[in-house]
Structure formats: C-alpha cells, structure tokens
Design a protein around this ligand. Structure first.
Ligand code: KDG
Ligand code: MG
Length: 402
C-alpha cells in the first residue's frame, strides 16, 4: 500500500490543533496529531516543507522503517518540533494499518491487557476550599483518580487554575500572559491542601498533584516528605528535568511516588531516571515522544525497572493523541494511569471519536485503526488563532519556569 499524499490541517475549535492526514493508493487514509501548544506553525512548516515530500511513494505498512528514516535521516535529531512531526506520521501510519487490517490499533500492539484504562481528571479551584469541592465533584462523576491544583493566597494566576472547569486551558491569545511565583508560599500551602482533601473525601481514591517544574531537588524532597501522610498516587514534574541526576536527591528523602516526562521527546531523556529507578511513572506522550513506535521501546525499557506509564493527556493534545494513548494503555503490561483533560464539545465535534469514558475508566472502542476522524468542513469554521502559554516570574520579577 503506497502513500500518495499527505496534508496538514490547522483548526482552532477553542484552541489550536494541527492534524496530519496521510492518503494511500487503496483509498485508506490515516490521521496523526502534530499540535505543539504555543509553537504550532513550526511543526506545520516542518511537516509541509521537510517531511511530506519524503513520504510520497513509501509503503504505508513499513512503520518502523519510516520512523527510523525520519528520525535518523534528519541528522538534526530530537526536540519537540521534530518529534511531534514524526509522531504525527507514526500515528497516521498505525491508523492506516489498523483500518487496512480491519482491527483496532490495540490489537496490533499486543491485544487487550486489561478491560479499561484508568484515567485521572483535573480538579482545580481559585482557593483551597473551592479545590476541595471540585475534587468531590470529580468523585461524584465516577473518577477513581483526581489531580488537585489550587490558587495560592498572594500569587496571581497559578498553574492549574485556568479558564473553565472541565476544560482547563492555559494558552491565551495575544502575547504570553505573565504569572507570579513564590516557592515559599507554595510549599507552605500544598500539604494543607492535601490534608484537607483527605479529611473531606477520605482515602479511597487516588490523589495526584503537578508541581510543573518549579522546585529544586531539596525543595521537592521537602514536599514529597510532607505529603507522605496523604499518600499521593504521584507528585509530578517537581523539578525541571533537564538534569536527570537531580532526582537522586529527591529519591533519597521521600517515598512519595514521582512522575515526570511530559516535556521529554526521546528515550535518551530518561535513561538515568530509568536505570537508577529514580521515578515511578513516565509521562512522555504519544505526540511529544515520536509516536507509538518509539513509545513501545520506552515502555519496554521502563518495565525492566518497575516503572509504569502515566501519559500526558492535556487538552493541547488532540483527540487523535488521546485515542492513540488509549490503544497503547490498553495493550501494554506496565500501564499505570492516563491523564484525561476533557476537550470542549466544539473540539469533540471536529474530531468525532470512538473512545468513551465511564466511571473513571476509558475505552478506545473497537473501530478499525485509532477510531478518530476529522471533520474538514466543520474545522474550516475555526481558523488558526495565535496563542501562547504563560510565562512565570518570581515576586521580585526574576524570570522563572512556568
Ligand atoms: O501545554 C502545556 C500543558 O500541556 C501542560 O501545562 C499540562 O502540565 C500539564 C499536565 O500535566 O497536563
Ligand atoms: Mg504536567
């Protein structure tokens, strides 16, 4: 089956999404997600100018070879733009293969290893009380795992507290919005939040929290230690993860499980974290990590070190990535949990999909391929709209990590 063409689509049903559609000589097409929040058009250009011309005429079934061709063949390897573009191609090819063989992608990845995929939802509020209430709302909706993020007294626009409740979205139109940060205020506040959540809602659900890369290793160690009585499912992105060795310090001090990786692009970003067992969950997404082909290797390596997956699933990953993740999660043995931030109804309408949510679990559905389509006509109604993720400054104005 030969690839005859590939097109890149841009749409903004509430937020920007980039979609790659690969066509074949047998009339079957496949879809891949290429969205990179705040830098979307860089991936569009990378695909249109540099990747699509190399795809025409290739055998659509040679997924591994095409992956290696795009990864090794560029010479300039890795990075979010390159790997998001490769991921889009890879997702589309797995979609094509599933459709051609008339089977859902999870069957191509080894078949079902479980009945459903446990997901966590996002409870966020402006205040501690509001966040505690939101956790209750998610439990009422049937979630068995909830991530809690709260505004912090004295800080403007804290990560995790964004526009909307079910549809949290941090990117804004115009120039990047500025937020403020104080590690002292955060470290004094976070354990109180966890305590109140456990006192109010009990112990019978998984509680998660994201630090969004803002601590030093020793600060992360303090938070991990002080969180131990509230037994978090995980503490995410405690420190900026460029320095993998930094995790050694955190690990020496706390038994709170650690998750990291949503900004990683390749298996090389995590080799120390894996081989020294410095983390418990790896979060690199299908989209940011070069597609299912690469994640199969990541999950296999993780399994040797007792590390499970917990893939990124924010709203800036389109329903195509969500579907790809669900097929993967259902199939591999060392699955841990899947993030599920709901898309808006406008987004769901542009990307009709087979996956479903019920009582805290998700199911990819049994449609051949990934089970997601792209409504081109409807998508045209939502033209690209430049938006940026926020930037973050300490209270004295020093530029900091967002
Ligand atoms: O675009 C950035 C978001 O994907 C990120 O801020 C979300 O940290 C995130 C998460 O855990 O979902
Ligand atoms: Mg995160």
């Amino acid at each position: 089956m030969k690839i005859t063409d590939a097109k890149v689509f841009i749409t903004s049903p509430g937020r920007n999404f980039i979609t790659l559609k690969i066509y074949t000589d047998e009339g079957i097409y496949g879809l891949g997600d290429a969205t990179l929040n705040g830098r979307e058009l860089a991936v569009v250009s990378y695909l249109q100018e540099h990747v699509v011309p190399c795809l025409i005429g290739r055998d659509a079934f040679q997924v591994e070879d095409i992956w290696q061709y795009l990864y090794r063949g560029a010479y300039w390897r890795r990075g979010p733009v390159t790997m998001s573009a490769i991921a889009a191609v890879d997702m589309a090819l797995w979609d094509i293969k599933g459709k051609a063989l008339n089977t859902p992608v999870y069957n191509l990845l080894g078949g079902k290893s479980r009945s459903g995929v446990m997901v966590y939802g996002h409870a966020n509020g402006e205040t501690l009380e509001e966040t505690v209430d939101e956790v209750g709302r998610y439990l009422d909706m049937g979630y068995v795992a909830v991530r809690a993020q709260s505004g912090i007294p004295g800080l403007k626009g804290v990560y995790g507290v964004g526009r909307g409740k079910l549809f949290y979205e941090p990117a804004e139109k115009g120039l990047p919005p500025e937020q403020t940060w104080s590690t002292e205020k955060y470290l004094n506040f976070a354990p109180k939040l966890f305590k109140k959540i456990r006192e109010t809602h009990g112990d019978d659900f998984h509680l998660l929290h994201d630090c969004h890369h803002r601590l030093t290793p020793i600060e992360a160690a303090r938070l991990g230690k002080e969180s131990e009585p509230y037994h978090l499912f995980w503490l995410e992105d405690t420190v900026p993860a460029e320095l993998q060795e930094g995790f050694r310090i955190i690990r020496q001090h706390t038994t709170t499980p650690l998750a990291v990786g949503e900004v990683f692009n390749t298996i090389y970003d995590m080799t120390t974290l894996f081989t020294e067992q410095l983390i418990d969950y790896i979060r690199m997404s299908v989209l940011r990590g070069g597609g299912l082909t690469h994640l199969l290797k990541v999950a296999a390596m993780a399994s040797i070190y007792h590390i499970r997956t917990g893939f990124h699933g924010a709203t800036d990953l389109s329903p195509i990535t969500m579907a790809a993740a669900l097929h993967f999660d259902l199939a591999i043995n060392n699955f841990g949990i899947q993030e599920y931030m709901r898309h808006t109804p406008e987004t769901d309408a542009v990307f009709p999909h087979a996956y479903t949510f019920e009582k805290g679990f998700m199911y990819p559905g049994d449609a051949p391929g990934l089970g997601v389509d792209y409504d081109e006509k409807l998508a045209e109604k939502y033209p690209y709209d430049r938006a940026y993720l926020p930037v973050n400054r300490k209270l004295d104005g020093t530029m900091f990590n967002w």
